[in-house]
Design a protein around this ligand. Structure first.
Ligand SMILES: *Cc1c(COP(=O)(O)O)cnc(C)c1O
Length: 429
């Protein structure tokens, strides 16, 4: 018998490319049919067939309070009754700008946008406008949204021009983007020595959540900060994923490094489309209408979306919120590691705040090349066994996982129990 998810997926593929509105949702990496959902509450999801899951994707991060938190829903309903959009300033935008500045002090001025992609794209434009330079540096395995200049892979050697990693991106656009290895301090030094004064900006995920989870070496981040300062390059921390999730003040508070510009998304909208970029006042004042760098948005600062963000951020400020979230996430990760060991499966895992990484490899990876060495087949088998058991993990060996404040001890225990059976099934015979 075909499930409702299968039926919907069949039909969707006729009208929506691949049946999905964002590629990872299609389950191409793990195989099988994507699950179509109809309801979420707290740590739980229900699919269109009525099956219940414990959710470890949390909409890829935003649902840090769990699904349908009553305070957030109530705030959204109240403000929605006063119109969904004005395309004119509101006091809500000022309120969230003040809160962002309080929680992330490096963001002296901030602009709201509607997605993480828009935030990073705009941050790069303002950095280029401010410096009058073109070159952009990024790191292999980091994802910063889908704008042209960022869909670039490394060229054939260090210091060579980048090549597009997507069809439809002109080589001329990619040519301004240089891609280096994450956590490779020497490469960074070599690049800055060779052409540091031509670099407009460096964009980085200060904890990477888009090649599974990769944690930065302190020395690497500190060197990056120092080199950018010395050469007048703008340092952009892309905290779309890590913002308000690894720490109330983001990864920059966790590691005590002050970027010039920060980009936010995901948690900042509490599940509605909000992004933001902001930082040094002298840089941000290059934006129109004050300066020559153009950037705009019809729905930017949308009152309903901003309200969902404000209601979410308000609840994150309760004492010990992040300490509890981090402890709960660590409990999950530790439980999975011992379950794998018991079953004799080569496996490692780690967490930072409410983010975690699971790797079917000997040790936690520190670069894209190491991430790629994980046993993908074993992950895929594990993923489907867990899905059957009602545990919804990211459908790819190369994505991070997320825990919310709604995940209870019982949820974690249930998950570890399911993993015990799944690890046994995937263990080498
Ligand atoms: C998700 C993500 C983006 C893109 O955000 P969208 O809202 O999907 O456009 C950019 N950077 C990082 C680090 C992300 O995790």
């Amino acid at each position: 018998m075909t499930s409702k998810s299968q039926q919907l997926f069949e039909k969707s593929q006729q009208l929506i490319p691949g049946g999905v509105n964002s590629p990872v949702r299609a389950f191409r990496s793990v195989g099988g049919t994507p699950v179509f959902f109809k309801k979420g509450l707290g740590s739980r999801l229900w699919d269109v067939d009525g099956k219940e899951y414990i959710d470890y994707i949390n909409s890829w991060g935003p649902m840090i309070l769990g699904h349908a938190h009553p305070d957030v829903i109530k705030a959204v309903q109240e403000v929605a009754a006063n119109s969904l959009s004005f395309g004119a300033p509101t006091g809500l935008e000022l309120e969230i700008a003040e809160l962002i500045n309080k929680l992330v002090p490096s963001m002296e001025q901030v602009r709201l946008v509607s997605s993480g992609t828009e935030a990073t794209m705009s941050a790069i434009r303002v950095a280029r406008g401010f410096t009058g330079r073109n070159k952009l540096v990024k790191f292999e395995g980091c994802y910063h949204g889908h704008s042209d200049a960022l869909l670039v892979k490394a060229g054939s050697g260090l210091l060579t021009f980048g090549e597009p990693s997507s069809a439809g991106v002109p080589a001329e656009v990619a040519a301004h983007t240089l891609t280096l290895e994450y956590n490779n301090t020497q490469q960074l030094k070599d690049l800055f020595e060779a052409s540091g004064d031509e670099i407009a900006c460096v964009i980085i995920e200060p904890v990477v959540g888009n090649m599974n989870l990769v944690v930065p070496h302190m020395e690497f981040l500190q060197t990056l900060r120092d080199l950018c300062t010395r050469h007048g390059a703008v340092l952009i921390f892309d905290e779309v994923m890590t913002g308000f999730r690894v720490h109330l003040g983001g990864a920059q508070a966790l590691y005590n490094i002050r970027p010039d510009i920060t980009t936010l998304g995901k948690v900042i909208g509490g599940g509605l489309p909000v992004g933001a970029f902001g930082g040094r006042k002298d840089i941000m004042q290059c934006l129109a209408p004050l300066g020559a760098v153009y950037q705009a948005g019809t729905l930017s600062g949308n009152p309903v979306a901003v309200t969902a963000g404000l209601a979410t951020l308000k609840l994150l400020q309760t004492p010990d919120f992040h300490a509890k979230l981090a402890a709960q996430t660590k409990k999950l990760v530790d439980g999975l590691v011992s379950a794998a060991r018991e079953a004799g499966v080569v496996f490692s895992a780690q967490s930072v705040g409410g983010m975690f990484g699971l790797y079917f490899s000997e040790k936690c990876p520190t670069s894209f090349a190491e991430v790629m060495q994980a046993n993908k087949e074993q992950f895929n088998q594990f993923f489907h066994l867990m899905l059957d058991a009602g545990i919804y993990l990211a459908p790819s060996a190369f994505e991070a996982g997320f825990v919310s404040a709604a995940h209870t001890d019982a949820d974690i225990a249930f998950t570890i129990n399911a993993a015990k059976a799944a690890f046994k099934a995937v263990a080498p015979k």
